[in-house]
Design a binder for this molecule. Structure first.
Ligand code: NAD
Ligand code: MG
Length: 404
């Protein structure tokens, strides 16, 4: 790796991916320097990260949180605090910045990911929702801006690792017949639909293999996470949907595979720990130590596979249908999912209502071509409005839900 330290801006630094990114960065002080940290409103966590990593800038989305952080940071730290969308844009587009880790959760991550791509940065993309909403726009920005997009989602990172190095960023992928996207099946893989109607937020967030933020944990339990990743794979690797297959693999040891025309299937394996994908993105094309324990196949003992069940897990079907419709359907699907997941986490709706809200929203919002950011944002806003109406219909008083 080059002698000059690479300057990194980490968006969503206080979240699960952000914390793991800082863990890897801290292992390589001679390779990386933290230029900026950005988060929504968690001042305590941001203050601790600022003191540990001394970034040049800290950005809080929330203005009041930025004011509080400014007051609490020692003057001698020299850290400048910015806020809002313009603060985020400043720290991703600054000429000194080499690498942007896009790890904000949800639709809120799209503008900054786009800005980083347009500015030609190396974009480590964890925020899958930005590709789901605005895949065409984001991939176009990557090409026009001369950016390099390195997928951090473990499945896409695995696929990227299984492609020939010269071919990783090329469209179409000659020689590849399919990509096989693995799914753990989540905590409810063996639950009946009836059992899932009684699932609590804590049960949904108790992922069997991965430790993640609460939104993506619920997405993993509904299999919407795999649906979003299905869409993400089509965009990143420029593949038609029929060339992406979902395979349930409960152990999460194989993170995904590439099947070639000659019958070969290449798999990337490892313990389920996001620091492997993060280290690969940070070091690419070199390999960096990540702190992840080596895989012991004898302890793992077995690798199982099964087909996904789209009847018990309708979110996967809804994501597939959104890709088939195209245009703003994927943004609508994503926005309805965000509203429904937040309502479920707040105890307002049942787990199984999440898919109902998404399906009704997809039927109600007019789908158009996703040509511009403003069109995508409008579709996102309309979908949220519709989803809130359906949510009000479904909302059960908390005490009628048999919560454990
Ligand atoms: P998280 O909830 O743990 O953290 C989210 C981060 O985003 C926090 O730092 C929060 O402050 C920040 N944030 C939220 N809203 C914001 C806003 N409006 N503006 C600025 N910052 C904002 O989430 P996570 O699990 O780290 O996931 C982050 C992204 O990475 C998601 O898109 C998720 O799908 C993706 N991802 C996560 C994992 C994982 O293992 N956690 C794996 C693959 C992909
Ligand atoms: Mg994933």
């Amino acid at each position: 790796m080059a002698d000059v330290k690479r300057k990194v801006s980490i968006l969503g630094s206080t979240g699960s991916i952000g914390v793991n990114t800082l863990d890897v960065v801290a292992r390589h002080p001679s390779h990386f320097e933290v230029y900026a940290l950005a988060a929504n409103s968690s001042v305590d966590a941001m203050l601790a990260q600022c003191l540990a990593f001394s970034p040049r800038y800290a950005v809080m989305m929330d203005e009041a949180a930025a004011t509080l952080l400014r007051q609490r940071l020692p003057v001698e730290s020299g850290i400048e605090v910015k806020h809002g969308e313009s603060g985020l844009a400043d720290v991703v587009t600054a000429p000194e910045v080499d690498v942007v880790m896009a790890a904000i959760v949800g639709a809120a991550g799209l503008p900054s990911a786009l800005a980083a791509a347009r500015a030609g940065k190396t974009v480590l993309l964890a925020n899958k929702e930005s590709l789901v909403m605005g895949g065409h726009l984001l991939m176009q920005a990557v090409h026009e801006g001369g950016a390099r997009l390195l997928p951090i989602d473990s499945e896409h990172n695995a696929i990227f690792q299984c492609l020939p190095v010269d071919d990783q960023a090329k469209p179409g992928h000659q020689g590849v017949s399919k990509v096989l996207l693995t799914a753990s099946g989540g905590p409810f893989r063996q639950w009946s639909y009836e059992q899932m109607t009684e699932a609590t937020p804590d049960q949904a967030c108790a992922h069997p293999n991965w430790s993640m933020g609460r939104k993506i944990s619920v997405d993993s339990a509904t299999l919407m996470n795999k649906g979003l990743e299905f869409i993400e794979a089509c965009w990143i690797f420029d593949l038609q949907p029929e060339r992406v297959e979902v395979v349930v693999h409960p152990q999460s040891i194989i993170h995904s595979m590439v099947q070639y025309l000659d019958g070969s299937v290449l798999a990337q394996m490892g313990n389920p720990d996001m620091r492997t994908a993060i280290a690969y993105g940070l070091g690419w094309p070199e390999r960096l130590a990540s702190g992840v324990a080596p895989l012991d196949l004898v302890t793992a003992a077995r690798l199982d596979f099964e087909a996904p069940d789209e009847t018990r897990f309708p979110c996967l079907r809804l994501a597939r249908e959104s890709v088939a419709v195209g245009g703003t359907a994927m943004a609508v699907c994503n926005a309805a999912n965000e509203v429904a997941v937040a309502a479920f986490l707040d105890g307002k709706i049942r787990f199984t209502d999440i898919a109902v809200i998404i399906e009704r929203t997809l039927e109600c919002v007019n789908i158009v071509e996703a040509a511009k950011l403003s069109v995508i944002e409008e579709a996102d806003a309309q979908a949220r409005e519709c989803a809130f109406v359906f949510l009000a219909d479904l909302q059960h008083p908390i005490n009628t839900l048999k919560r454990v």
